[in-house]
Every structure is written in C-alpha cells, then in structure tokens.
Write a protein that binds this ligand. Sequence first.
Ligand code: PGA
Length: 253
Amino acid sequence: MKALIVANWKMQPATFREARALFDATKKAADAARGVQVIVAPPAIFLRELSKGYRGRITFAVQNAHSATDTAHTGEISFAQARDARATYALVGHAERRHPPTGGGEIDEEVRKKVAAALAADIIPILCVGEVERTGSGEHFNFVKEQLRVGLKDVSPSNLKRVIITYEPLWTIGQPRPMDAREMHEMAIFIRKSIVESYGQAGMDIKILYGGSINEATAPDMLKNGDVKGLLVGRASADGSHVTRLLASIANA
Ligand code: PGA
C-alpha cells in the first residue's frame, strides 16, 4: 500500500448537495489512485446518506463520538450509532477538540475512554496526539508521551494492532506549510519507542500518520521522508479539485 489518507472534512460543506459532490470527486480520485487507501471523515450528519449503497474502495470515519453507552447525552452520537451508519474508523482526540479556541477541550482521560469505547464498538480509533506549540526545550516529547500513555491505557496488547496513531500538533494545522518531514521522522521514532516501552516489540508495528497543512505539493515528501504510513488531511480534502490533485500526487510518487 502506498499510503493511508484520512480526509477530515471538519465542519464542511454546508449542504448535503455539496457533500455529495465532494464525495463524488473523492470517489473518482480514489478509484484512479492505485495503492492509496482513502478514509472519508464527513460531518456525522452526512455519513449515513453518503455511505448508503456505496460499495467502492473508500471507507468511512466519524470525526468524534461519545464514550458513553447510556443515553442521557443530548446532542452527542455514540460509537455504536457511528458503526451502524458504516463508520469503520473514528478520529479520537483531534487537536481541535482537545484545544478549542474557546478553551475547556477534551482532556486525556476523556480521550482514553473514547479509544476504549471505539474498540468495544468494533471501530478502529485514530488516536490523535500532538503538542500545542513548540518552545525549543524538547518538552513536546514528554507531552506526546503522556498523551499516548493515557490514551492507550485501556488498550490490551492484542488490540494494539487495531489502533492508528496520528501526530498532528496544533501549531501545524491550518498553516501555509506542514512541519519538516525529517522532524516528523524523529517524532515517529519517538512515538514507536514510547509504545514499545509499554507493549514490547508489537509497538514497532503501530501505524503512524501525520496531519497538519498537507496538500499535493507536500504529501509525497512527507510520505517518503516522514516515516509515516499515511496522512490526515483537512483543507485539501474538502475541495474536489484539491483532493483530486492530492491523491494523484501520492499515486504517482
Ligand atoms: P489542515 O488540517 O490539513 O487543514 O491543516 C489538518 C488536521 O486537521 O489535522
């Protein structure tokens, strides 16, 4: 496989009509991009309608779900509901949920519960980690290690292969450029080492993705030099012509 691409549409588009058009463009691009596995994470309200009757190569994710299995959570959706709408993956702990501009985001313990709840509902969690900013002190390594420690706390060794890690530090999201691929390589080694400390050699096989300002110009370099199995893409996945160029750039690399 050339790469795993997670198309995180975030809170767009505004209408189902546009969502259908974006999905049609993504389907076409995914069909042409041999070896690239595409996961589309639309807003949950569009998921069932997009996945209905679809039999192609794309698989689906939700961008978030609630960890609880009881029902008193107005406005939330459960992992079981996500599964029923044909999500096979879920983003868990995306940086924009951990650190919303209004403050008071998801804490590590909540992320931990969501990882466990996803696995219990037969959904593959894509656990997102990453620091808010870099200071040059190296402190971000401890920060990421702690997010991994807590986030994976309830994951048994036999379930580890069902978890995907995405490193997407907040400071690289929504920027003109992604982080340097060699720095990502360093971080990927660190993430693997941290997981090996708790899980032994099985940690070496963990799938690691990178997220933050990736587009068709930067995707091939990150995949070649970043030591990652794939990419989580925001803006460049939510526009039909961008996603077409992005998937082609990876398939042709
Ligand atoms: P972006 O978003 O590609 O628009 O920077 C990335 C992300 O949400 O991780």
